[in-house]
Design a protein around this ligand. Structure first.
Ligand code: NDP
Length: 293
């Protein structure tokens, strides 16, 4: 029977560490701030934003949700995001996706200064990830790496298969795993014989958005399965992209849905935000030392 990798418990440990770093910054007179931009009334986005707000507040951040109407013009939305970019009290900016129809998310995200881009979606951060340089990287793949590391599951030398190639999950996870010396295969909707590809994986990451698509017999005996998918069943309950019951019989370890990668994603958002604030504070104090010299 597979071991359950408890994302809630793991996230609580990460959040505790973040809260200590926030307290240290506040003691230096810097109050780290996160602003979430929420456009429109999408019910799922409202829930996600509420959860992020609460987690950030609990960790001691200054939190603000900028609520804007679904009918906002592209130019005005971009202007509002640019204004946050120049606001020194805001260290992290997150534009909740997806945006309502008619708005171009790529253009909006590019208005976020890279050092405040706590979702890791601006081109300079994507480039930094691809080049193995410091930056801010997407929270869900960071959460996947963190839960593996905290359970002592090595990526180095592991055969990793990630299903999904989005900019938010699949691609950045592949790059993070590659950076940590895994052998990585990225599968997607055109992959031939997906089951056979998955059976190669020591670590299988499912980030598709199709309820219980990954079958038990796609999983190599003893493999680690990270189920990123969040799908709502007709009765309102959530399930992942993996048939968890069937997978439990073969996998060595598996993340549940809910309570797996979801809480880790929020924890890594907080981690990115405190990192962004620490970098600014570090630059400022170095600047002050130079000026004072
Ligand atoms: P996208 O829709 O952007 O990407 C889905 C990927 O799955 C695409 O690359 C697509 O391939 C691939 N795919 C679709 N159908 C198949 C198939 N039949 N076989 C193989 N691959 C397929 O989704 P996201 O990456 O944004 O999210 C994926 C899932 O993760 C969703 O359920 C989402 O809700 C969840 N999620 C969870 C988070 C969390 O906090 N736990 C955070 C972010 C997302 P192609 O490129 O060829 O179309």
């Amino acid at each position: 029977m597979a071991k359950i990798l408890d994302g809630k418990a793991c996230a609580a440990v990460v959040r505790e560490g973040v809260a200590q770093r926030v307290a240290a910054l506040r003691a230096q007179g810097v109050h780290p701030g996160l602003t979430v931009v929420l456009v429109g009334e999408d019910p799922a986005s409202q829930v996600y934003v509420r959860n992020k707000d609460k987690a950030a507040q609990d960790a001691g951040f200054r939190v603000q949700t900028l609520r804007l109407p679904a009918g906002i013009a592209q130019g005005e939305l971009e202007q509002r995001v640019r204004e946050l970019g120049t606001d020194a009290s805001v260290h992290g900016i997150l534009v909740q996706l997806p945006l309502p129809r008619g708005l171009d998310a790529t253009r909006v995200v590019r208005c976020i200064p890279p050092h405040k881009d706590v979702d890791g979606l601006t081109p300079p951060n994507v480039a930094a990830l691809a080049m193995g340089e410091p930056g801010l990287f997407p929270c869900t793949p960071l959460g996947c790496v963190e839960i593996l590391e905290r359970h002592g599951i090595p990526l180095a030398g592991a055969e990793v298969v990630v299903i999904g190639r989005s900019m938010l999950v699949g691609k950045p996870f592949a790059l993070l795993a590659l950076e940590r010396h895994a052998t990585v295969t990225v599968a997607h909707s055109r992959t031939q014989d997906l089951a056979a590809v998955c059976r190669r994986a020591d670590i299988l990451v499912a980030a598709v958005g199709k309820p219980r698509m990954v079958q038990g017999d796609w999983i190599k005996s003893g493999a680690v399965v990270l189920d990123v998918g969040i799908n709502r069943r007709p009765d309102g309950t959530l399930c992942g992209d993996v048939d968890t019951e069937a997978a439990m019989a073969r996998a060595g370890a598996i993340t549940p849905v809910p309570g797996g990668i979801g809480p880790m994603t929020i924890a890594m958002l907080l981690s990115n935000t405190v990192l962004a604030a620490e970098r600014v504070a570090g630059r400022e104090s170095r600047g002050a030392r130079v000026h004072g010299a």
